[in-house]
Write a protein that binds this ligand. Sequence first.
Ligand SMILES: NC(=O)c1ccc[n+]([C@@H]2O[C@H](COP(=O)([O-])OP(=O)(O)OC[C@H]3O[C@@H](n4cnc5c(N)ncnc54)[C@H](O)[C@@H]3O)[C@@H](O)[C@H]2O)c1
Length: 415
Amino acid sequence: MKIGIVGLGYVGLPLALAFAEAGHEVVGLDTDPRKVEGLNAGRSHIEDVPDAALAPLGERLRATGNQADLASCEAIVICVPTPLTGSREPDLTYLLDSATALSGVLQPEQLVVLESTTYPGTTRERLLPILEESGMKAGTDFHLAFSPERIDPGRTDFTVKTTPKLVGGFTAACAERARELYSLICDEVIVLSSPEAAELSKLLENIFRSVNIALVNELAQLCDRLEIDVWEVVDAAATKPFGFMRFEPGPGMGGHCLPVDPFYLAFKAREHDFYPEFIELAGKVNQTQPAFCVERIERALNDAGKPVKGSRILLLGVSYKAGVGDTRESPALKIARRLTQLGGDVSYHDPHVPELPELGLKSVKVEESLSSCDVTAIVTAHPEIDYQDVVSSAPLVVDFRGVTRDIDSPKLVRL
Ligand SMILES: NC(=O)c1ccc[n+]([C@@H]2O[C@H](COP(=O)([O-])OP(=O)(O)OC[C@H]3O[C@@H](n4cnc5c(N)ncnc54)[C@H](O)[C@@H]3O)[C@@H](O)[C@H]2O)c1
């Protein structure tokens, strides 16, 4: 088949790779010329897709900035960003722009699938009318479906192939076309009754995580007051072989999905005079977590007889999760900003994030910085760091990730 992928980011590029590796011809469209140029020269901009994976594909995977190249594809999958506006409302600009451009080149019989995470109704109410500006009718002249992306950057135990894929078609025939498409690369494809059911399933998956992370984060704050080790409690509860699923406390939620997606559902719910309290409460608790972490650092410094002002504070790990370089919505940024406002001399080390232009910082060498700082805070626990060494070298360590659980040291403070 010839498949077009719109948006070659964390979601689109691995998907393009999966289709090309399965022997299909892939045209990847992106509005960022640097990504297009890089990919055509064999350079990947996504950590999960090494350059070496692109080389054997040759002409089977081609990047382009030219919309017209989509006209010859049998199926087109849209993977553009769906962020929030400044006032925390869904920002569908990228999606609507890509749909408008696509409607100009749409061909009869083509299948269009939306993968971007969004609120239920987006495919039918927002995407469909724009595509029909082509003069063709969805379900008759072209096919339309929604299929949520379930990629988890950095994860290697589940891949695009082994993670079951959900599809919801505008008509039964649309769903069947989408099922055929994903069967080319996925071991299991599950057909739902509508695009809305597929859209909402994705939000449920992410909101489930958000609510449970909020629960353990709140528990961590309570444990701090009760002087109980939250990690011991979580480890203990996780020994129950049924009825409990482990979630870990931390410095707060980050990434493009968990802090953003609940707002998409809350927006849709408000249109129906419904106020989803669980979802909003979880967002609220998770958003206060970085402030709690700052206070924890402040207290640790205070116990060592030092104010935040003028203290050298090293943050270890600034990406939103271990093993990746993505800093979108990362709680480390909030922690760094607040500590800087308080007069702290903040630096960071992250093997995946060479610089943070928004904070005017570059990753420092960890060996030199550990002993010269007043406190080191483990914000994101990248696996390549030796935490025993961190505790030995630094004068004071605050651990928000529980990676020092097996280390006993008077200069160690844990969430
Ligand atoms: N990153 C994840 O882990 C993840 C997981 C599941 C779902 N999702 C969802 O998938 C969608 C994409 O996320 P992402 O992380 O891949 O985003 P991303 O920012 O990494 O990539 C999006 C790409 O789309 C391009 N783009 C923007 N507008 C375009 C247009 N009009 N035409 C063509 N290209 C355009 C951008 O240049 C960028 O390369 C979002 O809805 C997100 O919520 C992301």
